[in-house]
Design a binder for this molecule. Structure first.
Ligand SMILES: [Zn+2]
Length: 237
C-alpha cells in the first residue's frame, strides 16, 4: 500500500542548555529532555526516517514504517553532533541536518560522520547566510537557494533534495526559486503535520526549551488532531 498520510516533522535547534546571553533561549533543548522525547517516541511505536524516505513513499511508492516521524535539526549547532547524533544512534534512527553553508558551528568532518552513519543522516540546505529570503533580490535569492545546494553537494558528495526556510520565511518568489533549484521539498515553521499535497510548505512541530516531555507530547498530539495552530512558533531559528 502506498503511504500518503501526513507525517510529523519535528523541529529542533541546539541540543544543550541555553548558553549565557542567548538571544533565543527557547531554541535550546537539553540533551536529557531530548532523550526523554526520543524514548517516548520509541515506546509509542514511532520510528524516525529521513524526509527523503517520506517523499519516496509519497511520490514513488517507497516504504515507510507504520508510524514514521522526521527529526530535523536547523542551522548546524555543534551540539547536534555532540548530543543529538549519539542519542539517535542508540535507536538506529537518522536525523535531517538543515545546514547553513557559511559559519555553521559543526566542523565539516563531523557533518561527514553523520552522513556516513548507519542509517545515514540526510543533509538539507538552510541557505548560505541564513538570510530572510523574502527580502532578497532575485540574484541573491538564487545564490542562497540554488547556490547553497551546489556548495553542499560539492562539499559532502551527497544529493541534497530538501530545503529549509530560514526563520520559516517564504513567499511565492522564494518557493519558485526552491523549485527552480531542483529541490523536491521545503520545510517551514507552519505548525502541524506535513502533507504530500504541500511539498514546498511542509509543516513542522517546533520543540522548545520549556516543552520537556509533556509539551513535546501535547504538541505532537495537537498536530495529529489538527489543532496545532494553538501555539505560536518562537522567533529566531
Ligand atoms: Zn535556522
Amino acid at each position: 500500500m502506498p503511504y500518503t498520510d501526513p507525517v510529523p516533522i519535528i523541529e529542533y535547534h541546539a541540543i544543550q542548555p541555553p548558553v549565557a546571553g542567548a538571544t533565543y533561549p527557547q531554541l535550546f533543548v537539553p540533551q536529557a529532555d531530548f532523550v526523554d522525547q526520543m524514548k517516548w517516541l520509541d515506546a509509542h511505536g514511532y520510528e524516525a526516517v529521513t524526509l527523503d524516505q517520506v517523499e519516496d513513499a509519497w511520490y514513488k511508492d517507497g516504504e515507510l514504517p507504520p508510524k514514521p516521524v522526521v527529526l530535523t535539526f536547523d542551522d548546524g549547532y555543534l551540539s547536534q553532533y555532540v548530543a543529538a547524533f549519539p542519542a539517535l544512534e542508540h535507536f538506529h534512527w537518522p536525523g535531517v541536518l538543515n545546514l547553513v553553508t557559511k559559519d555553521a558551528d559543526i566542523p565539516d568532518e563531523d557533518v561527514q560522520k553523520m552522513l556516513d552513519a548507519n542509517p545515514p543522516w540526510e543533509l538539507a540546505s538552510h541557505t548560505i547566510t541564513h538570510a530572510d529570503l523574502t527580502t532578497l533580490s532575485s540574484a541573491d535569492l538564487k545564490r542562497e537557494v540554488a547556490g547553497s545546494r551546489k556548495i553542499l553537494q560539492d562539499r559532502f558528495n551527497v544529493t541534497v533534495d530538501n530545503f529549509c526556510y530560514p526563520a520559516g520565511q517564504y513567499n511565492d518568489a522564494v518557493i519558485a526559486a526552491v523549485k527552480a533549484a531542483g529541490y523536491r521539498g521545503a520545510t517551514s515553521e507552519v505548525p502541524g503535520l506535513a502533507t504530500s499535497k504541500d511539498p514546498y510548505v511542509l509543516a513542522r512541530i517546533e520543540i522548545e526549551l520549556d516543552d520537556g516531555l509533556d509539551g513535546f507530547v501535547s504538541k505532537l498530539k495537537a498536530a495529529e488532531s489538527g489543532s496545532a495552530a494553538s501555539y505560536t512558533p518562537s522567533p529566531g531559528g
